[in-house]
Design a protein around this ligand. Structure first.
Ligand code: PRT
Length: 116
């Protein structure tokens, strides 16, 4: 599978798999088992993976080896996409939002925000 999927369509393919798993049995699929446990459990995994990413990034800074942090960021992205799928949203929505931000300076965007 990994060789046959173009880099640009990785999120689309993963989005299709996450949709397809909505019809799978919890004991046959990790994704289906997460859906079955519900959004709180999925968000708990997102939190865990975010923490593991921070620890791996600090280790990478010390050792110069980025392999673990890449692995943990992949876990974080994956679980974030499962959370979005549970909410009925596809990965392409996030890609679109990032695309919308091209050329928009983060500093300008922050300055233009309405005060809360
Ligand atoms: N990309 C992923 C992916 N990344 C991480 N993981 C799983 O996420 C889990 C998280 O790791 P942990 O170390 O936290 O797992 P754990 O300690 O066993 O988890 P808990 O018991 O704490 O819940 C592991 O079981 C990983 O295998 C993934 N599982 C699935 N996918 C994709 O989703 C597809 C569908 O997966 P299934 O639904 O299992 O068929 C796969 O073909 C992949 O493309």
């Amino acid at each position: 599978m990994s060789e046959s999927v173009d880099n640009t369509s990785v999120f689309e393919t993963l989005g299709d798999i996450l949709e397809e798993r909505k019809g799978a049995a919890a004991d046959s699929s990790y994704v289906a088992s997460l859906y079955n446990k519900g959004l709180n459990k999925i968000l708990e995994k997102v939190g865990e993976e975010a923490t593991e990413t921070i620890i791996a990034a600090k280790d990478a800074e010390r050792t110069g080896d980025n392999s673990d942090v890449i692995y943990e960021v992949a876990d974080l992205w994956f679980h974030s996409l499962v959370a979005l799928a549970q909410l009925g949203e596809r990965p392409e929505s996030v890609v679109e939002e990032l695309k919308r931000r091209f050329g928009l300076s983060g500093l300008e965007e922050k300055a233009s925000r309405q005060p809360k």
